[in-house]
Write a protein that binds this ligand. Structure first.
Ligand code: AMP
Ligand code: MG
Length: 351
């Protein structure tokens, strides 16, 4: 069911985009569809320097680049998954300390930084609490307060020690596990984009279950159009963003959830309470160049809620833009994005 759901979401963006391609160009994109990091992934890319006659040599470049990007994603999935017994992350669960790979090191550094920056909203130690609720794969349940309190007392970023120079990770609690679910897809998108750029690809879109990164423009120099799903209806959009060279990453209460007694319980936890975050937002979308930052911040701003999120943005205006959809159906949009966003909804600009 979840896979179907995620697939539908990917398709919305993809269909919207492929509709645009057919209208504006006869060039055929090279595409890849596959499943990794618990998500359907779509890569769309164009040959470098196409000559409009289907140059075979160039076509091989695009095909090879797509394969290499897919391989890179599968490599990272194998390394970072909290659920694959062979991953580095799972191996770390059994050790009190270890020198870690460059990728894990990069993610640890970014996560520690984001935790400090967002007042603790971003926290990679919550995996045991997620499991209490049954996330990510069920069976779902509502844990007792005392259970949450107990498990929560064994989590927290203060219990991990990270020495980036020595690339040495250690932890104060034996049970502590790392969960890069809030940031790994963004990092993987950056790494795939680097592989494509190294192969001279200039026009590409990577869609990792709603985490979107675009390289350049579409081949005709027009912007890519990225649809933002409405939380209540996978066939409706909050709006469509026109972007070049950007990442567009959304965190929302509709990605993984269950409903009990008419109440929605979703997968993004408030580190202070150990419960699904209920701070007034249905979704938080971050737009900036770096997909790792966009992914980490989308999770963090979702947890922070509209007031803290907008005041955080006001202190960091040059780093990113945002679209927040609130529980009372308001669309709060950072000022720079207004000209790039098509929407039927009333927009509240934030400046
Ligand atoms: P995202 O869809 O990027 O917002 O990531 C959600 C995932 O991040 C969840 O499925 C968890 O694996 C993990 N997660 C949950 N709550 C948090 C949090 N407060 N900070 C960081 N990661 C979290
Ligand atoms: Mg995230």
């Amino acid at each position: 069911m979840l896979k179907y759901f995620l697939f539908s979401f990917s398709c919305i963006i993809t269909l919207l985009l492929s509709g645009c391609f057919t209208a504006v160009t006869k060039e055929t994109p090279v595409t890849r569809d596959f499943f990794a990091m618990d998500t359907y992934i779509k890569i769309i890319l164009y040959e470098p320097d196409t000559d409009n006659h289907g140059n075979n040599a160039n076509n091989r470049i695009a095909e090879k680049a797509a394969d290499a990007a897919q391989q890179e994603m599968l490599r990272l999935d194998g390394l970072l998954s909290s659920y694959n017994a062979d991953s580095e992350i799972c191996a770390l669960q059994k050790k009190s300390g270890a020198v870690v790979s460059e990728d894990t090191a990069a993610l640890l550094t970014r996560s520690v930084y984001l935790h400090a920056e967002t007042g603790g909203a971003f926290d990679i130690t919550l995996n045991p609490v997620s499991k209490l609720w049954g996330f990510p794969h069920g069976p779902y349940r509502i844990p007792e307060e005392a259970e949450i309190k107990n498990v929560l007392s064994h989590t927290g970023m203060s219990k991990i020690h990270w020495n980036p120079d020595a690339r040495y990770f250690s932890k104060a609690e034996p049970q502590l596990t790392l969960d890069f679910g809030g940031i790994a897809k963004g990092y993987a998108a950056e790494k795939m984009a680097a592989v494509l750029k190294a192969s001279h690809i200039r026009h590409a879109l990577l869609n990792l279950g709603g985490n979107v990164k675009v390289i350049g423009s579409k081949p005709d120099n027009s912007p890519w159009r990225v649809a933002l799903r409405h939380p209540d209806d996978k066939d409706r959009y909050l709006g469509i963003l026109s972007v070049k060279n950007k990442s567009v990453v959304t965190s929302g209460d509709y990605e993984r959830y269950f409903i009990k007694n008419n109440k929605r319980y979703h997968h993004i936890l408030n580190p202070k309470t150990g419960a699904p975050s209920r701070n007034g937002l249905r979704s938080a979308t971050i737009i900036c160049e770096d997909c790792t930052l966009a992914d980490g911040l989308s999770t963090a701003l979702f947890v922070m809620g509209p007031e803290s999120a907008t005041s955080y943005w006001k202190k960091n205006k040059t780093l990113f833009d945002f679209i927040l959809f609130t529980e009372d159906n308001k669309l709060l949009v950072s000022g720079n994005l207004i000209p790039l966003l098509e929407t039927q909804l009333n927009v509240t600009p934030v400046r």
